[in-house]
Write a protein that binds this ligand. Structure first.
Ligand SMILES: [Zn+2]
Length: 610
């Protein structure tokens, strides 16, 4: 609780309050929570200006004197040596210590904010994981939120909690208190996250307001306005990289929420009066029955936005408050890539091209759900000669219609499974077959027979690395000699986020980061890259994703190992000796080449190992 005393001590030392006042205020803070400075102001003991000056003194200690730095050292966030270097640099640059440490890449803005939070005894809030209710955001006018970069986050018993990167700006907090007419309690967030929220919520809000006033003003153009409004919502979803848009009828108003990077965010509320026409418009777009309100329906629509094709899957369900719509946004151009756009290294591209030019055999793409396997298979299919070759796919579901290719959808009701579909496909005289996934022995057996009778077969499996695909098939019950004679290659893959090109910067990693990636043996200087956060990436520092690959060609040596039922580890060793790069190494390469960050590959790839 040192933070409380720091501010309190300054006030006492300046004779603004006495020790007894301080203790009473601290007691109140303990009971009711809140910010000590505000409690003292509320009690009429000091003015906001006094608090502001005291906090300024405190903040100069934080950034100029090494006390804050010592705190980072004692919490083992940085080393003593790093602190000294930063302090040395501060002498010439006159920047704040926090800025210098972030710039040098030794700490993240989030770590600074968290330490800051402990130092001042003001709680920290991770805004990217916090769903702020729209009605809370509306407690402050937009111009105030933008001017002070302060976000209202929750209201509890007459206290409005606000997120700010600068809790020492008491003038701002005081003004907000007067406007909102609540007690204000600050919480610390990073500047980047605050700007991200402002970007995400207010742009759409402004547009919504404009649209809704149009709708009310001119009844005659209602239909046009509604359709423009729907376009605006979808456009905003696309702009904020949402994977899903939820349109939820609720009382008293409808609300729209976006799922961004896996988390649902409240975006706008929509008056009940436009709800019915809004839902109808979406259903018309998606070719759904607008007279049917109870039965759940699915629809789909292709849209061109910002010169890009998007596929929208629309699903409706009836809830007690009305019909709810979920729009899933699939990025068509992101889905249909050429082989050279997947993120393969030049060497891997050659290996891949040689595999798919083979007349027959099985190629497997492996990885967990969401690792980009389908995108890779589509890239392969689009590369193949669709005019002179008969290409048939069986998928669950068919994600995109590919030109010149016969696609069949798995449909248990019509008794089309991967196995039965594949069997009937073989009677269609195909050259190349794509099977969405091999899940069972029956499908595996038919796929192998197809490969052995002169077809090129492409499919996917759920395994973590390439060599394990072999042991997985044998575990399914496939005879080793069938695997060894049909399998020609396995491609394991993951997706990592690409650093935003607009705000990308280079930095020198420290020894710990170098060691984590196994790069300590290198003689040459190593640079890493990271995003700073900008408008283009909505302050997320990333934009788009790239594949990381481990490609194993099944050689004569590996074929022998399969026949001998050798474990995956043995097969892996031989594959490495024959030139296969492990997923991990391919990922580290992407860090060195500045495509992604060390954090990202640790999140996506290293966690899956061991
Ligand atoms: Zn950026």
């Amino acid at each position: 609780m040192a933070g409380k005393n720091r501010l309190g001590d300054i006030l006492v030392s300046r004779n603004l309050i006495n020790q007894q006042d301080l203790e009473l205020a601290l007691k109140e803070q303990k009971e009711k929570g809140g910010f000590l400075g505000q409690i003292l102001v509320n009690k009429g003991l000091v003015s906001s200006t006094d608090i502001s000056r005291a906090l300024q003194q405190l903040s100069s200690q934080i950034t100029e004197i090494s006390e804050f730095g010592q705190m980072l050292v004692s919490e083992r966030t940085i080393s003593e040596e790093q602190l000294n270097k930063a302090l040395e640099r501060q002498k010439s640059t006159k920047q704040g210590l926090d800025d210098i440490l972030v710039e040098l890449g030794w700490v993240t803005a989030q770590q600074i904010a968290q330490t800051f939070s402990r130092y001042l005894d003001i709680p920290f809030i991770n805004l990217s994981e916090y769903d702020i209710k729209i009605e809370i955001l509306q407690l402050l006018p937009e111009n105030i939120i933008r001017r002070y970069q302060i976000i209202p986050v929750k209201l509890e018993q007459n206290t409005l909690y606000v997120a700010t990167a600068d809790p020492l700006n008491l003038i701002a907090l005081d003004e907000i208190r007067l406007i909102a007419k609540y007690k204000i309690s600050p919480m610390i967030a990073t500047c980047k996250e605050i700007l991200g929220i402002i970007e995400r919520y207010f742009n759409l809000q402004q547009m919504t307001k404009q649209m809704l006033s149009d709708i009310r003003l001119d009844k005659a153009t209602d239909e046009n306005s509604i359709s423009r409004f729907v376009d605006t919502i979808i456009q905003a979803g696309v702009n904020s990289r949402a994977s899903d848009i939820h349109l939820e009828p609720q009382y008293p108003e409808m609300r729209a929420r976006f799922r961004i990077d896996g988390i649902l965010h409240d975006i706008i509320t929509i008056p009940k009066s436009v709800e019915a026409s809004l839902i109808s418009r979406v259903k018309v777009l998606a070719d759904m029955d607008i007279t049917e309100h109870r039965r759940p329906q699915d629809g789909h629509v292709s849209l061109k936005l910002n010169e890009k094709e998007y596929d929208l899957r629309v699903a409706s369900t009836s809830t007690i408050a009305g019909e709810k719509i979920v729009i899933r946004i699939l990025d068509k151009t992101g889905m249909l890539l050429g082989l050279n756009e997947l993120g393969l290294s030049a060497e891997d591209q050659k290996v891949f091209a040689s595999l798919i030019s083979r007349p027959y055999g099985i190629i497997l793409v492996t990885g967990p759900t969401g690792s980009g396997k389908t995108t890779t298979l589509y890239a392969v299919l689009s590369q193949l000669d669709t005019l002179s070759k008969n290409i048939i796919t069986i998928e669950d579901p068919v994600e995109y219609k590919l030109e010149g290719i016969n696609q069949v959808q798995v449909n248990p009701l019509a008794e089309i499974t991967f196995a039965t579909g594949l069997r009937s496909m073989l009677r269609q005289d195909p050259d190349i077959i794509m099977v969405g996934e091999i899940r069972d022995l029956e499908t595996a057996t038919i796929a192998i027979h197809a490969a052995l009778t002169g077809h090129l077969v492409l499919s996917t499996l759920h395994t973590n690395d390439a060599p394990s695909a072999i042991t997985r098939m044998i575990d399914m019950g496939v005879e080793p000699f069938l695997v060894s004679s049909s399998l020609i290659g396995v491609v394991a893959q993951r997706l990592v986020r690409i650093i935003c090109p607009e705000c990308k910067e280079e930095f020198t990693p420290d020894q710990k980061q170098i060691k984590e990636l196994g790069l300590e043996g290198r003689k040459e200087k190593i640079s890493f890259y990271r995003g700073k956060g900008c408008q283009y990436c909505m302050q997320t520092t990333y934009r788009g994703r790239s594949g990381v690959f481990e490609i194993m060609k099944v050689s004569d040596k590996i074929r022998d190992l399969i026949l001998q039922k050798q474990p995956a580890s043995k097969i892996r060793d031989v594959a490495i000796s024959e030139g296969m790069a492990l997923l991990k190494d391919a990922a580290v390469n992407k860090v060195i080449h500045g495509i992604t960050t060390a954090e990202e590959i640790k999140r996506v790839i290293f966690t899956l190992e061991t």
